[in-house]
Ligand binder design. Structure first.
Ligand code: IMP
Length: 187
């Protein structure tokens, strides 16, 4: 089924050129598959999805609409990149969750796990509140960039160590609105 969203082959964002990397169709298909897995794994557990802002907002909205079991949602906001294309190596917590997660099944939802710094921090932070379980669901994973080990339970796509944009991911806060995922065109 074709989408009514704007789907260019290349985009320019903050003066840098990006080319199409993962199409809307590929994303939609993968969302359905992850939804099936989540419904099966959390049946009867009423999980709480915790989206990590800003990047996870589109992924979370899409994946949650493939979840048919009872569930809840909350958000946390972290900042580690500033306006650069490489991580600053520091995690700043800009907003904590409002929900009580003691004895709850938590599913952390992230746009991308790069070095693993943010997710490593998040998982530890969640465990401070004695949840029943903490699972990690990320749209993208740059396996070769790993510096901090994190167990990833649900991964949309494994990608190489390249800078990507769109579907929630930004470059200096722009480009989050793109419906597909683009990669920096070094050519
Ligand atoms: P980590 O803490 O190094 O794993 O980085 C995770 C965060 O860095 C993500 O939540 C994104 O906000 C950001 N990030 C990492 N790689 C990219 C990228 O290729 N494009 C846009 N943002 C990225």
């Amino acid at each position: 089924m074709s989408s009514h969203f704007y789907q260019p082959e290349t985009v320019t964002c903050n003066g840098e050129k990006f080319k199409l990397f993962i199409t809307k169709e590929q994303i939609d298909e993968r969302m359905k598959q992850l939804g099936v897995q989540l419904n099966r794994d959390f049946e009867g557990k009423k999980p709480i999805f915790i989206g990590i802002l800003n990047g996870a907002f589109i992924f979370l909205a899409d994946i949650m609409r493939h979840v048919t079991i009872p569930c809840e949602v909350d958000f946390m906001k972290l900042s580690s990149y500033g306006d650069e294309k490489v991580s600053s190596g520091q995690v700043t917590e800009l907003k904590h969750i409002d929900a009580k997660i003691e004895d709850r099944h938590v599913i952390l939802v992230e746009d991308i796990v790069d070095t693993g710094l943010s997710m490593n921090y998040m998982v530890k932070r969640m465990h401070e509140n004695n949840p029943a379980s903490v699972s990690v669901c990320t749209l993208l994973h740059k396996k070769v960039a790993t510096k901090y080990e994190v167990q990833l339970d649900y991964v949309g796509f494994e990608i190489p160590d390249a800078f990507v944009l769109g579907y929630g991911l930004d470059y200096a806060q722009e480009g989050r609105n793109l419906s597909q995922i683009y990669v920096l065109d070094k050519a």
